[in-house]
Design a protein around this ligand. Structure first.
Ligand code: ASP
Length: 453
């Protein structure tokens, strides 16, 4: 049994829905279909979810809602008309969109989530109707009925573990089940969404719950590329990644899949594949628990910017018991999350995301390090990027870092810091942001093209 999830761009128009139906129809083991809200049809369009945000804002600020309400209803209507689905489903969807503007505003922590969830909920109703009419018997199922119970954290829900047992019962249905993604229901019966892009999470949870053999995540690209296509010209798509490799790449900016979506499938030991609705013949990228067969040492290269380093020096730092803890305590007290911590004998650097460091916090860190910990030097280095070279097979290859540093040095790229954990899933280089693109291109050339210049 397979769980198949379609993203917004795969569901943006009648033409896209025809492709989706053909994909589901072509494989009878595709039994659970998780859907997003209709996405953008072109660059100038807006996503239904974003239109629902506008609708929410108009409603809660006591403005006229009719224009945005009509826009949303017409968005579904154009799909319904083109697919000849009739007026019954249209009035169902229209009523549900209009009903939002009758929900109580006061003391309603879940109103925003209720508005947003309507995008996927109505799309699931529409798609189940379309499938059934085109010869794929299907049933729409609300997350509450499916057993998708979540924590009461508006806009940031997490699944309640007991939901998995309830979801397993979905295996009993005869029809293809169409499940709206992105939200669940709290124990108090409130609609609560995951964070944005969260339909991927629903798909992963359903896959783990029904103990699927495969979770297929359909989007609008041929899987995950070995480097960002905006940086490297036509990078190749990766055929297989492990969950660990995917996590490392997602951390450094590969955003094809919501990062929280990896965990349920990983824990349920369900393989995942990322495929393209517009090119379903392409095998896509498979995400597996471990590689079988020979693999290249490096699977992907990611770069991400907006990092800052706090550089600290103190003579005989290594002799001072508890020094590291005291430094980290300063950050903890200021609620600052740190990312990496390369060290020397008498110095340490703490790499954090730029957004964590407000001017006031920066002042506070410098003052505490100087006064309380009596450091010799402290400086804040901005404008840094990280480059991650990712591949679980690096551990069985000698010379990967040597080849990388040679490629970087040949392009005059200065390495500010280097870090590699003992699991050897990735090597991270910290460099200046202005050299980031050049570095990614150099490494791509080194590891993925036959001849390097
Ligand atoms: N529609 C939601 C969003 O735009 C969730 C999703 O598409 O996964 O964030």
């Amino acid at each position: 049994m397979k769980v198949i999830k379609f993203g917004g761009s795969s569901l943006a128009s009648a033409q896209q829905l025809i492709k989706v139906k053909d994909i589901v129809k072509s494989d009878p083991t595709r039994r659970f279909v998780v859907v997003s809200a209709p996405g953008k049809r072109d660059n100038d369009d807006i996503k239904v979810t974003d239109a629902l945000i506008k609708y929410y804002k108009a409603y809660t600020s006591d403005q006229d809602v009719s224009e945005i309400q009509d826009w949303i209803i017409r968005r579904y209507q154009s799909i319904i008309d083109e697919l000849n689905l009739g007026s019954k489903i249209l009035s169902k969807i229209s009523d549900s969109i209009k009903k939002l503007a009758t929900e109580p505003i006061e003391d309603n922590d879940f109103l925003y989530d209720t508005f947003l969830a309507a995008g996927e909920d109505n799309n699931a109703k529409l798609i189940a109707e379309y499938f059934t009419k085109s010869g794929v018997p299907a049933r729409y199922i609300h997350p509450k009925k499916a057993g998708m119970f979540v924590t009461s954290e508006p806009g940031n829900a997490r699944i309640i573990p007991s939901s998995y047992d309830k979801l397993e019962a979905l295996r009993e249905y005869e029809e293809v089940l169409v499940i709206p993604g992105f939200f669940g229901v709290t124990v108090d019966n409130q609609i609560c969404t995951f964070s944005r892009g969260g339909s991927d999470i629903t798909g992963s949870i359903v896959a783990a719950g029904v103990k699927a053999d495969l979770y297929e995540n359909f989007t609008d690209v041929d899987g995950i590329f070995a480097a960002h296509p905006g940086v490297v010209h036509k990078p190749h798509s990766i055929s297989e990644l492990t969950y660990k490799e995917m996590r490392e790449l997602a951390y450094a900016g590969f955003s094809v899949l919501h990062d929280e979506a990896l965990i349920p499938a990983y824990r349920g030991r369900i393989p995942l594949v990322i495929k393209n609705t517009n090119n379903p013949e392409h095998p896509g990228t498979k995400i597996v628990l471990s590689h079988e067969g020979p693999q290249l040492p490096v699977v992907g290269i990611a770069g991400d910017d907006k990092f800052v380093s706090i550089n600290i020096s103190k003579y005989l730092m290594n002799r001072e018991v508890g020094f590291g803890r005291k430094v980290l305590q300063i950050l903890e007290d200021l609620h600052i999350r740190w990312e990496h911590m390369p060290t020397g004998i008498d110095d340490m650097s703490i790499v954090i995301r730029e957004r964590e460091l407000t001017p006031i916090k920066e002042q506070e860190i410098i003052s505490q390090l100087t006064r309380k910990l009596e450091v010799d030097e402290v400086s804040i280095q901005r404008g840094l990027s990280i480059i991650m070279l990712v591949g679980e097979n690096m551990k069985s290859h000698i010379g990967v870092t040597a080849a990388a540093t040679k490629a970087l040095s040949e392009r005059d790229i200065n390495l500010v810091m280097i870090s590699q954990g003992s699991s050897e899933v990735s090597v991270m280089f910290v460099i200046e942001t202005e050299q980031e693109k050049k570095a990614v291109r150099a490494l791509y050339k080194e590891f993925f093209t036959e001849s390097s210049d």
